[in-house]
Design a protein around this ligand. Sequence first.
Ligand code: NDP
Ligand code: GDR
Length: 344
Amino acid sequence: MPKRALITGITGQDGSYLAEHLLSQGYQVWGLIRGQANPRKFRVSRLASELSFVDGDLMDQGSLVSAVDKVQPDEVYNLGAISFVPMSWQQAELVTEVNGMGVLRVLEAIRMVSGLSMSRTAGTEGQIRFYQASSSEMFGKVAETPQRETTLFHPRSPYGAAKAYGHFITRNYRESFGMYAVSGMLFNHESPRRGQEFVTRKISLAVARIKLGLQDKLALGNMDAVRDWGYAGDYVRAMHLMLQQDAPDDYVIGTGEMHTVRDAVRFAFEHVGLDWKDYVVVDPDLVRPAEVEVLCADSSKAQAQLGWKPSVDFQELMRMMVDADLASVSRQNELDDLLLAHSW
Ligand code: NDP
Ligand code: GDR
């Protein structure tokens, strides 16, 4: 019998890569879809013939119980979240509900459907396995660099605080009920499918548009922020590996490479033969109320125990994203010209 996986957040960057990865491993994959006519469903439309969908929302406990009951999954990947950090200052309560309480609701749905008793069960054999998308944002104002599984949390945003709750409640359900529940503490990971609001994609898209003469300037916030950026396709492999171990545990996933936002800009502009200094301006409105200045992963535990390692370095990643945006912006441009030419 093929294994069955349920993914929340399937319309997001990671959801689409994870769905592809699990399908390639012979899984039957269900994606939780929210809303009446979710416009982002097109993102996984190329997989539509192989995927199944089930309605539900992380804000709605009943829908999650129904989804888990309907799918009867072997593995649940909770990737759903409001993932753009600045939004968490504007809609703190909503972000806490979705990113924090949403995790509790999925855990409760699994507990209800699988009938786990309030007492600790004997073992994890045959249980529904649960993956929580934890984040390096939990480390925030870092206590040590690089960060590892034992580094203290000091979240700097409502997003980070909500993710810390999700992280601890996942661990608590593991310890309270003996659930096979793990958190992947993932550092920033990007791809051509990254949302346009995130800095790497904002840069790659702007570079493509500037190169093609469609844009003059790129406005950014804190150019000194340091991140450990990896490739999303690599990180979904780690998620899957975490659920294949004998015992549940939490793992840090990152490359161990540190770069500033300024490096990202430089690599991207250099790739198309332009000097970033001619195009980039700093907009103070884009600076965050509280910034996470430096993040860098020590993923030696994952490398040793999961056998996981990244395959794409940061410069390669930026080149990949710029090339993808150059291709898609050119296509769109040609289409617009064609439509214009035929509009009279
Ligand atoms: P995206 O923003 O691309 O995707 C987020 C997904 O969450 C979308 O599918 C969205 O669905 C879904 N979602 C939002 N609100 C709800 C809700 N109320 N109920 C159900 N689903 C909802 O994020 P990524 O793919 O980049 O990230 C995946 C997860 O990993 C997130 O939890 C994120 O916080 C976490 N993470 C990401 C990192 C990264 O660098 N990418 C690093 C560390 C953690 P819809 O189409 O309906 O809006
Ligand atoms: P982050 O990613 O907040 O780390 O969260 P983002 O790409 O938004 O920011 C990275 C760094 O770049 C700085 N920055 C800017 N960021 C954006 N978005 N736009 C700008 O114009 C800009 N200028 C400078 C930011 O201040 C920040 O320091 C991502 C998300 O995927 C989270 O969901 C995930 O949990 C973490 O990564 C790990």
